[in-house]
Design a protein around this ligand. Structure first.
Ligand SMILES: N[C@@H]1[C@@H](O)[C@H](O)[C@@H](COP(=O)(O)O)O[C@@H]1O
Length: 290
């Protein structure tokens, strides 16, 4: 797992937007071989979405051959409610970019048969050969998507009862009124996210500091479902300084030093997208000896 630490939420968003742009462009998606991306809602990805819109408007990125699957959706909230994840995604991203509407997939929290809707969603992901890159955010209790504490780390898309902490955290979007927050949601499972070929998680703000520490420094644990990424072969966490408040100083220094060594001694030009060495290594800044 890689941990990239940036000063603040803006520089985190810069990093992730650039990273996604590179991944999509290097993939060279076509209609027959689209880039399949998993996307989150919440305040954390808003900066990333703004930058993706800008890149698209500048002609540096296109979503024409991108297929998206959102992580989750509330149950019972009308699709056009301002706080539905449908509204969120269209307002923050989809209506500003060139993605064909038929390439957008968001769970239907108003489906008559919610279980069948979840099964349909999993099958549709499979029909595209799985997800290339799943971007996620986390709740203060370490949940990824709506996989609340105690969710099976093998879980698939399903109906989930929201934890009280999540309901309180999300009340800010419903005028601070806890009673207005839906209590059920449809969510991809931890297993669904972990099946993606790459997972990128945004963790910003002091209110996520305990969750980040649990995710990085302790064992894989269903009470902090994001910790499952420790077992993923290609996972990247991008956080800001505030989110590192509960990490050991040595953990922060360790991950910063890795990035520094890569920059100073190997050089970004030699690094593949996943931070591993790509191609023949040309060291730079190595003292040439006597
Ligand atoms: N279901 C979503 C999660 O997918 C998201 O990661 C979380 C964090 O939101 P924020 O980024 O606003 O802290 O909010 C909700 O619970």
């Amino acid at each position: 797992m890689r941990l990239v630490i940036r000063n603040d939420a803006d520089t985190v968003a810069d990093y992730i937007a650039e990273y996604i742009k590179e991944r999509i462009n290097q993939f060279k998606p076509t209609a027959e071989r689209p880039f399949v991306i998993g996307l989150p809602t919440g305040s954390s990805p808003i900066g990333v979405y703004k930058r993706l819109v800008r890149l698209c408007n500048e002609g540096k990125l296109s979503f024409k051959n991108v297929v998206s699957f959102n992580m989750d959706e509330y149950v019972g909230l009308p699709r056009d409610h301002p706080e539905s994840y449908h509204s969120f995604m269209w307002n923050h991203l989809f209506k500003h970019i060139d993605i064909p509407p038929e390439n957008v997939n968001i769970l239907n929290g108003n489906a008559e048969d919610l279980q069948a809707e979840c099964e349909r969603y999993e099958s549709k992901i499979q029909s595209y050969g799985g997800i290339e890159l799943f971007m996620g955010g986390i709740g203060p209790d370490g949940h990824i998507a709506f996989n609340e504490p105690g969710s099976s780390l093998q879980s698939r898309t399903r109906v989930k009862t929201l934890a009280y902490e999540t309901i309180i955290a999300n009340a800010r979007f419903f005028g601070g009124d806890v009673s207005k927050v839906p209590k059920l949601a449809l969510t991809v499972g931890v297993g669904t996210v972990m099946d993606a070929r790459e997972v990128v998680v945004i963790i910003t703000g002091a209110n996520k500091a305990i969750a980040l520490a649990k995710c990085i420094e302790e064992g894989v644990n269903h009470m902090w479902t994001v910790s499952a990424i420790q077992t993923h072969p290609r996972s990247l966490v991008v956080c800001d300084d505030d989110a590192t408040l509960e990490l050991h100083v040595k953990t922060v220094r360790y991950f910063k030093s890795i990035e520094q060594v890569q920059d100073e001694m190997i050089g970004r030009e030699n690094l593949g997208l996943y931070g591993q060495v790509a191609g023949p290594l040309k060291y730079k800044n190595i003292p040439s000896g006597n």
